[in-house]
Each structure stands twice: as C-alpha cells, then as structure tokens.
Design a protein around this ligand. Structure first.
Ligand code: DQA
Length: 143
C-alpha cells in the first residue's frame, strides 16, 4: 500500500512553532518515525508539506493517478476554512484520514469546526507527533 501524508500551512515550522502546543518534534523527525513504522508493515509512505491551499488541492486530486491508496491529512489552519480542500477530498475517491497534533476540540472555538471532517473516513487529534503514527495505523486498518 502507498500512503500519502499531506501537511498544510505552518507545519514546516514544527519543532520551533508554539512548542507548548505542538511539541519540539520536527516534521522531518515525524517523517522518520513514520517511515520506520511503514517498513515493518510493507507500506510506502510519501510526505509532502505546503503552505499553499492550491498545491494541497492538486496533490489530493492527483493521489489516485499516483496510486496512493490513502491520504493522511493534517490540513493545519485550512482545516477550519477550506471548501476547496473539502471538495478535492470528496472528488478524489481516495479515502482520507484527518489528523492533528493538538486536541482541536480543547482549544479556541473556531478550531472545533472542521470543514473536512465530514468527507474524511475519520479523525485523530491530540496525540502530538503520535497522531501521525496512529494515522498510519488507521490507514492500515482500512484494508
Ligand atoms: C493543527 C491544528 C490547527 O488548528 C492549526 O491551525 C494547525 C495545526 C494541529 O496539527 O494540531 O496549524 O492542524
């Protein structure tokens, strides 16, 4: 199975960005941990990050033709605003799992609403970097 991990805006800053909320683990550290986990499960993982909404939309659109069986998506701030990402997930035909490092339900009111949750298979939040490894586990459970 091929799994596509997509990361939205500001997630390139993990490690130094609000460490009290997001921890000190970098996105590269997370990618390393997930890649080790993937090896033991014969899964290929590809990590991408963009601060641009349209680039995320294009990657979601192409996921099927790139032969990804699943998308694990941390859309960052676009989670709460993006009709375009929601529409892309719906159109993609690729099962998508929503993930967040922080517990978005325990933060500001505006983070409690996810534009993408209704078009995702399910959501994982609040486990820090562990949300990514749990995301892969959830992806494997879909088979
Ligand atoms: C986040 C939560 C979002 O509300 C926020 O805008 C982010 C990160 C998380 O992983 O906890 O950028 O997606």
């Amino acid at each position: 199975m091929k799994a596509l991990f997509l990361n939205g805006p500001n997630l390139n800053l993990l490690g130094t960005r609000e460490p009290g909320i997001y921890g000190r683990t970098t996105l590269a550290d997370i990618e390393k941990a997930v890649s080790i986990q993937a090896k033991t499960t014969k899964t290929t993982v590809v990590f991408r990050q963009s601060n641009l909404e349209g680039e995320l939309v294009t990657w979601i659109q192409k996921a099927k033709s790139e032969r990804f069986g699943v998308i694990i998506l941390n859309a960052g701030g676009y989670t709460h605003t993006s009709v375009a990402i929601r529409d892309a997930i719906k159109a993609s035909g690729t099962p998508t799992i929503e993930i967040h490092l922080s517990n978005v339900n325990a933060r500001e009111e505006f983070r409690k609403h996810s534009m993408i949750a209704p078009v995702c298979v399910g959501s994982i939040c609040g486990f820090g970097a562990g949300s990514y490894t749990l995301g892969l586990e959830a992806a494997l459970s879909l088979k």
